[in-house]
Design a protein around this ligand. Sequence first.
Ligand SMILES: Cc1cc2nc3c(=O)[nH]c(=O)nc-3n(C[C@H](O)[C@H](O)[C@H](O)COP(=O)(O)O)c2cc1C
Length: 174
Amino acid sequence: MNETLKVLESRRSCRNFKPDMVKDEDLKAILKAGTYAATGMGKQSPIIIAVTDKKLRDEISEENRKIGGWQESFDPFYGAPVILIVLAKKDVRTYMYDGSLVMGNLMNAAESLGVASIWIHRAKEEFESDFGKDILKKLGIEDEYEGIGHCALGYAAEPAKEPARRKENYVYYI
Ligand SMILES: Cc1cc2nc3c(=O)[nH]c(=O)nc-3n(C[C@H](O)[C@H](O)[C@H](O)COP(=O)(O)O)c2cc1C
């Protein structure tokens, strides 16, 4: 199996991160890989907001927790120090597919560099609220964007779990 295939198979979601910040050069490489995802008609509808600031990271976690309805002690980002938020421009027909592919690139690029990751949901609700809209406003982003997902990044505090068995009939040959 070549290195790319190994990475694609071995990436697992991490739910226990160390607090250590991701190395800057690795973070940049992961973000770059995200920007090279395929997009419908090459329109590059997504944007990525890279959050490394602890205060903002904690505020996002708190918003996400409230949307999810969990108890106060729960961190939906499992301690990850970096949150990459992928949003995509709603007036592009393929925006959700485009944003999802960016998420895939981010997670797989992270895996290739020994950085753990997980897709955390509820970005849509976050950016429909004043909290999210305010983040966009501060960045000078005015177009209509929908939150697609958060890619939480960091270093794993425990070994990755074995993947679930792949279901029967995942693939059909004709
Ligand atoms: C669209 C999407 C949303 C997800 N949202 C969450 C989430 O909010 N919280 C969480 O712990 N995991 C979330 N996950 C991670 C999945 O639970 C995980 O990918 C799945 O259990 C398979 O495990 P693996 O990633 O290790 O292969 C999400 C994954 C996807 C693709």
